[in-house]
Design a protein around this ligand. Structure first.
Ligand code: PRX
Length: 661
């Protein structure tokens, strides 16, 4: 943890710029009164309990919170079922005919699922899982594209008390193996394939490769999506369409303890091994339901809500599946790429469905900017009333573009800061209340206590920067890292003490005390809103026979926030070939997934090291960004470092003159 917070993308020059929520929005908003924040701050446990009270409990809790730092238990003794809350109670209340998901496949095929249909499909899938031997507490890996069966599979697990671990379908077979083995998942739910940018992605092939490398999985359910031929292993693999439709839709939801694990979701840490972030039932559902309702101002009878993320990430878990369904909202669910078959795909869908809320990532917004305002302008986006962003700091320019060209100048924007670990939104404007500032997440969600601290853990004054911490437990917080509680303690609760959650982000308070996020302060990169650890990419590179040593850094990138730059020294017997760089990039994609493929790979005679042999990471970032190096004479190898810097500078120059990629 040598590095301090560094200002990343958000320029602070705009902190005086404020956008007031429109009057007609305020008139109808769930939260209009700043007193909500004050009340929740004074009695944060009472506020949490009030939010939990919006759910259907099968047995009441005895205590709101047991807090033995750094372990929290919320709604102790209470029982509920997540699928029951997301589906059955709405159907029982007479809303069975309301559409839960308008799904659209990339090729244009479509399906609408009402709450009643979704409830029944989930119950049948749950019975199918039981028939395959899956029991309460078992782990089930889900490796599916954005098809309706993905939320169905998650909710089916929740219904019977199985723990799901969703692996983003863009991850490689090896990443899937690592996650299967860490969680000890006996079940796998996958598909024959999916469509992406007009191509078929052969998912079952990757799943087969994964299952060949581990004997943990004994049963595999396969959804037919593309119809391409796939291998089915007798006894292990079962077609979803053979097994699920014949099951009974009678499957009473299993009463789960509030603290039973709902899911594990892996995220990159500062070592090569991803962390199994573990979320439980009652607190998580309470927090995603409350944040979805109040941050997106959800009105179940009117809204058509669209979170254009992938369910494979936490954003999709919390704000495509659990938060919106707990609030009985109608959502859009889309399988494919936002620019396929044309750059206006999203805008055309919004206009056709009269979508009212859009939640997406700054990288996506920047790519829409690049494509040009004529694409949204060609469609009627007047149904939109609220916009959101998540995943990385949004630069004020992108914020203003989003506000103007997508929101028509009329929609409040909620810039929501949170993490896989926090489970739900922690820092955000409230759309009917906050005067928003382009580029700032600004304020705590009610009941949350973010504090920006200096190196010693002392809160900083307005105008200063430091480390972002959360200084109070919250219902949706992670409970541990699956199978490694020590790592949980070390990663989040050792930097500033056992009662202070260390988020790993730099932040700054402006003169008003509003929070601006500045990017990661650890060895984690953020590429297009996805967390990737430098060590993970380094491990993938050294796994290639030609590589002796590798070091990886993130550099600022105008589109993706950060881009991955790798420095590699070759093994003594390796040949420097012209195709080696491409091969190494492909190798990383193969090991981890395409999202981790380095933008640049530099073959280097040596890496910058101290005389004791430690790689100087800070210097690598300077080199990757083409900055002038300071004094390098104390290094073990100053000449090699200067040469490396020179090569990277040339690359940066050709990039800025538009010659690269
Ligand atoms: O660095 C922060 C950044 O994304 C990290 C969390 O990544 P992940 O667990 O994958 O979850 C992403 C979706 C919630 C954070 O540590 N981040 C997320 N939202 C923002 C953000 N940075 C700045 N502004 C945000 N709104």
């Amino acid at each position: 943890m040598g590095t301090g917070p560094e200002p990343a993308i958000a320029s602070l020059a705009t902190e005086d710029e404020r956008v007031a929520p429109p009057e007609d929005f305020v008139a109808d908003a769930h939260v209009r009164d700043a007193d909500v924040l004050r009340r929740a701050d004074e009695d944060w446990q009472g506020w949490g309990a009030e939010q939990a009270g919006n759910l259907r409990w099968l047995a009441p809790w005895q205590r709101v919170l047991d807090w033995t730092p750094p372990h929290a238990q919320w709604f102790v003794g209470g029982q509920l079922n997540v699928a029951d809350n997301c589906l059955d109670r709405h159907v029982e209340a007479g809303h069975g005919e309301q559409v839960a998901f308008h799904w659209e496949g990339e090729p244009g095929d479509a399906r609408a699922l009402t709450y009643a249909e979704l409830r029944d499909e989930v119950a049948r899938c749950a019975n199918a899982l039981r028939a395959l031997g899956v029991r309460r507490g078992d782990r089930v890996n889900i490796y599916l594209p954005m098809v309706p069966e993905l939320p169905v599979a998650m909710l089916a697990c929740a219904r019977i008390g199985a723990i799901h671990s969703v692996v983003f379908a863009g991850f490689s077979a090896q990443s899937l193996v690592d996650r299967i083995e860490d969680a000890g998942s006996r079940g796998l739910i996958t598909a024959d394939g999916s469509y992406r940018k007009g191509r078929v992605v052969p998912l079952k092939e990757a799943a087969d490769e994964a299952m060949a490398r581990t004997d943990v999985v004994d049963t595999c359910l396969v959804v037919r999506r593309t119809g391409e031929p796939v291998a089915m292993q007798e006894g292990r693999d079962h077609w979803y369409h053979d097994l699920v439709p014949t099951q009974s839709a009678d499957c009473p939801p299993e009463p789960m303890d509030a603290e039973d694990v709902l899911f594990i979701l892996y995220t990159s840490g500062t070592t090569g091994k991803p962390k199994g972030i573990t979320h439980t039932t009652g607190g998580y559902l309470t927090q995603v339901a409350a944040t979805a309702r109040l941050v997106f101002d959800l009105k179940p009878d009117h809204d058509v809500y669209w979170c254009a993320a992938d369910i494979g990430w936490v954003t999709g878990h919390s704000y495509i599946v659990y938060g919106p369904l707990a609030n009985r909202v109608t959502s859009l669910l889309y399988e494919g790429a936002p620019d396929h078959p044309a750059p206006d795909r999203l805008w055309e869908m919004i206009a056709r469905h009269r979508a009212t809320i859009l939640y997406t990532a700054p990288t996506a917004i920047r790519s829409f900017m690049r494509a040009g305002p004529e694409h949204p302008a060609a469609h009627d986006l007047s149904s939109l009333r609220l916009l959101g962003t998540v995943g990385e700091p949004i630069n004020p320019e992108a914020w203003r573009w989003y506000h103007r060209h997508i929101g028509g100048g009329r929609c409040p924007i909620v810039d929501t800061w949170w993490q896989t670990e926090t489970g739900a939104i922690m820092i955000t404007p409230l759309p009917g209340l906050t005067h928003t500032k382009p580029g700032a997440a600004q304020q705590p969600f009610p009941g949350i206590k973010p504090v920006v601290v200096d190196n010693e853990g002392t809160p900083v004054e307005p105008g200063q920067g430091g480390y972002l911490t959360l200084q109070r437990p919250w219902p949706g917080m992670l409970r541990t890292i699956w199978g490694d509680d020590q790592r949980y303690r070390d990663t989040y609760w050792s930097r500033f003490g056992e009662e202070v959650y260390f988020a790993g982000d730099g932040a700054k308070l402006d003169a008003d005390g509003d929070i601006w996020l500045l990017g990661r302060v650890d060895e984690v990169m953020n590429v297009s809103g996805h967390r990737i650890s430098t060590t993970e990419v380094e491990s993938a590179l050294v796994d290639h026979p030609s590589v002796a040593e590798a070091a990886v850094a993130g550099r600022a990138d105008a589109l993706t926030g950060q881009a991955i730059v790798a420095f590699v020294t070759l093994a003594h017997d390796a040949q420097e070939r012209s195709d080696l760089v491409d091969e190494l990039r492909a190798h990383v994609a193969d090991r981890i997934g395409k999202l981790a493929r380095p933008a640049e790979v530099h073959l280097a005679p040596d890496l910058p090291k101290t005389r004791s042999g430690k790689i100087m990471r800070r210097l690598l970032t300077d080199i990757a960004e083409g900055r002038e190096l300071g004094d390098v004479t104390t290094l073990a190898n100053p000449d090699a470092v200067r040469e490396l810097a020179e090569r990277a500078r040339q690359e940066a120059t050709s990039r800025s003159s538009g010659n690269s990629e």
